[in-house]
Design a protein around this ligand. Structure first.
Ligand code: MLT
Length: 416
């Protein structure tokens, strides 16, 4: 029999969102009549924006005749998408990123996992607690986890996110080689100012660390003082990779398209001490293991950069943000301590009388047919919290929040 990667043996049995989905399936089997409203995984519900649909329809037509048919595309992505990204997402905001520093992919999650391919052995990785579980799991699969002790991996460095620090961790005491940051944050919804980001960049420059910056939710930023790109900080191009996604803006969770920025100025070292460009390594990795995102999907993504596409994306984001605001308000009224939902579609909440995340998840599901994500699935410091997403229809959100109010009204009245 084949010898397999032992790291899978130490990895928890299932991935957080698969576990939530499995519990929902069991609940629905036992209660087929229940109309469960899902506010767990951050999966969009609105259809694709029309600009993308039109562009992809055209692309399908192109693919259906020999004159315009296309086979393999460039592994890095087509210039018709890389160029507007560089111009609109960066240059027009005063950030000097060029099209050839942008790598189109089949989504942020793949890139966040795959980036590990370019790291040397034994690197120390710092992750926030709580954080998006793929960061931790991918590093464990690659052998950078160590052993699991009381919910924490011995070889990872944890950055504590607590109400006392507004869920924004301090700089680590022990030096990490790689620091994974996510702002606006999943799951807490915390956002970061330019001055706060600058501290991380200065730290990384001083310590020779690499920052992987997940900004999948940057389109949800409404506060002008909140950072949207890591490259807004001075010197970030020498220490940071940025990962972005079209999933949550244009409804691409099922289409799969995102991009990663690896600036030319970013350097690493081989074991013999010689310097190498990380952009070059990532390009080499992609050429070997990836044949590029689908032409049709890239055409759809490029349409998001037209005036019409940009307006439609803004509308979609605003729609989900209305939901997030409604969730925030309802949770507060129901006696929860609440954060997030301002520059982020996620709302992070807890109640003093419900200390266990999975128990609260179970209660909401069985008593209100409402599903959320248990905070403990994002890390030990998520225990007691639950996360709601604004990704649903306004009608479902209103119904969900009315169920929630009803469920907790007795407790709130008693408390008053
Ligand atoms: C989440 O719910 O945290 C995200 O939607 C999951 C993802 O983007 O993969």
């Amino acid at each position: 029999m084949i010898k397999v990667n032992d790291n899978f043996r130490i990895l928890p049995e299932s991935y957080l969102f698969s576990e939530v989905a499995a519990r929902l399936r069991h609940f629905k089997e036992a209660h087929p009549e229940a109309n469960v409203i899902r506010m767990d995984i951050g999966d969009v519900t609105r259809p694709l924006v029309p600009a993308a649909v039109e562009a992809m329809t055209e692309a399908v037509k192109e693919m259906s005749v020999s004159e315009t048919f296309r086979g393999y595309g460039p592994e890095q992505g087509y210039p018709f998408l890389r160029e507007p990204i560089a111009r609109i997402d960066y240059q027009e905001r005063g950030i000097d990123i060029s099209a050839d520093e942008i790598f189109i992919s089949d989504g942020a999650k793949s890139d966040l996992g795959n980036l590990g391919d370019i790291f040397g052995p034994g690197l120390k990785v710092a992750v926030a607690d709580p954080s998006y579980p793929a960061y931790v799991d991918a590093n464990v699969i690659d052998g950078r986890g160590g052993t699991l002790e009381e919910g924490r991996w011995s070889d990872l460095i944890y950055l504590d996110c607590l109400p006392e620090n507004d869920f924004k961790p301090s700089l680590p005491k022990e030096r990490p080689d790689v620091i994974i940051l996510c702002y606006p944050n999943n799951p807490t919804g915390a956002s970061i100012t330019k001055a706060e980001l600058q501290e991380w960049i200065d730290y990384a420059r001083r310590e020779g660390s690499l920052i992987i910056y997940d900004s999948a939710y940057e389109a949800y930023v409404t506060d002008p003082s909140t950072v949207r790109s890591v490259y807004e900080a001075e010197g970030a191009k020498e220490v940071a990779i940025e990962v972005r996604s079209f999933s949550k803006t244009a409804g691409f969770t099922g289409m799969r398209c995102g991009y990663t920025v690896v600036p030319e100025a970013l350097k690493g070292r081989f074991a013999d001490g010689s310097e190498v460009s990380l952009r070059k390594l990532w390009n080499r990795r992609q050429c070997t293991k990836f044949n590029g995102a689908s032409y049709i999907v890239q055409r759809g993504a490029a349409a998001l950069y037209t005036e019409e596409g940009r307006r439609q994306v803004r509308e979609s984001v605003a729609y989900y943000m209305e939901n997030a605001h409604a969730i925030r308000k309802a949770l507060r009224e129901a006696g929860f301590e609440v954060t997030g939902g301002v520059d982020s579609p996620y709302v992070w909440a807890r109640r003093a009388d419900e200390p266990d995340s999975w128990a609260l998840f179970g209660r909401l599901l069985s008593e209100a047919a409402l599903s959320c994500t248990p905070g403990s699935g994002f890390g030990t410091l998520g225990q007691g919290y639950i996360r709601f997403t604004g990704f649903n229809s306004a009608e479902n959100t209103a119904e969900a929040m009315s169920r929630l109010r009803k469920l907790f009204s007795a407790t709130v009245e008693t408390a008053e």
